[in-house]
Design a protein around this ligand. Structure first.
Ligand code: TXA
Ligand code: MG
Length: 312
């Protein structure tokens, strides 16, 4: 039986405490939440998303104190948390003995990815539930991440209750960092730019070498697949749809502009919803304008490349 959408934070917290799923908004994308200490509840995240294998999930905390009960923070880790939480930064940290998380949250790893989301409803829900919440993006595996409650409902055919918080402010997922001594290794580009992290820490952020032992195992190439083929850094051709950026090439077909003023924050916020909207127009191919690679452009280009990756 499907639970109805929660009308209040308390309704949503009650579902989660009872081991049910509830999707909720964060500043990045909507998450499909479950009590991270309840193995059955976490298992139903994998089933509902159809995740092909058990990729570890990000665990959301109400604050640094809750996070410190789950993982061991080195000094650099704590400084990063203090600088950027609440915010779109997930830290991969060693599990603390006695953490209480279900093993399948971390897929049996010795580490856990933690973050404190910068969203009033998410924080209120975490406080009301009183438990860490495992929450991957609230989309069926391999599909676009949702940035509105309506997209979550469409993705799961209305079978998952959603706490509606309107559109997400950032629009791309959190940046994932592993910390090794003083070294910072970016496992996933995301809504917090490398430049912001470097400016705050004075430490150069390294890119994870592909195939390295430390990696974000969920970063499968084909992870953001729309139905349409995507042609990147392209000028649109007749019959295609066009995802423009900045001053657009004049085009007669279906067109959406990520940001007419060329603002990367606005583009990140619009990215998944605009790909989904053009996809829904039924075009076989979406031509995507070139997007600069600096700042949030790194995460935007990363998601576009995944959406454009060849598939069967
Ligand atoms: O913005 C976000 O991060 C969103 C919102 C809902 O918070 N969540 C999200 O979660 O994107 P998900 O499950 O779609 O992505 C989790 C990523 C995966 O690529 C996974 O492999 C990586 O985090 N990950 C989780 N735990 C890890 C660990 N212990 N070591 C390395 N990578 C880990
Ligand atoms: Mg995802």
């Amino acid at each position: 039986m499907t639970d109805p959408d929660p009308r209040t934070i308390e309704d949503a917290a009650a579902l989660l405490r009872a081991g049910r799923l509830c999707a909720f908004p964060t500043e990045t994308v909507y998450g499909l939440g479950a009590d991270a200490t309840n193995a059955e509840a976490v298992l139903s995240i994998y089933e509902t998303k159809g995740r092909p294998r058990f990729n570890p999930l990000i665990v959301h905390c109400a604050d640094l104190a809750m996070a410190e009960r789950l993982a061991l923070f080195s000094d650099p880790a704590r400084r990063l948390a203090q600088a950027f939480w609440p915010g779109p930064l997930s830290l991969v940290l060693p599990l603390r003995p006695g953490h209480g998380l279900a093993d399948i949250v971390t897929a049996g790893l010795m580490t856990v990815a933690l973050r404190v989301p910068d969203h009033e409803l998410a924080l209120a829900l975490l406080r009301a539930t009183g438990r860490p919440l495992a929450a991957p993006s609230a989309n069926p595996s391999g599909k676009l991440s949702p940035t509105t409650a309506a997209q979550v409902r469409r993705g799961f055919g209305g079978k998952v209750p959603v706490l509606d918080g309107g559109p997400c402010a950032k629009g791309v997922e959190s940046t994932i960092l592993a910390i090794e001594g003083e070294r910072l290794i970016q496992l996933r580009a995301g809504a917090l730019s490398r430049e912001e992290i470097e400016a705050a820490t004075g430490v150069a952020v390294e890119r994870a070498a592909s195939g390295a032992a430390v990696s974000a195992p969920g970063m499968l190439l084909n992870h953001y697949a729309p139905e349409a083929r995507m042609r990147l850094e392209a000028t649109p051709r007749p019959g295609e749809a066009y995802l423009a950026f900045g001053a657009a090439t004049p085009f007669a077909g279906p067109t959406l502009n990520l940001s007419e003023s060329g603002d990367l924050r606005e583009a990140a916020r619009n990215l998944f919803a605009m790909i989904a909207a053009l996809d829904a127009e039924g075009a076989r191919t979406i031509a995507v304008a070139p997007i600069p690679r600096s700042g949030l452009g790194e995460a935007i280009n990363d998601r576009l490349q995944r959406a454009a990756a060849p598939r069967d």
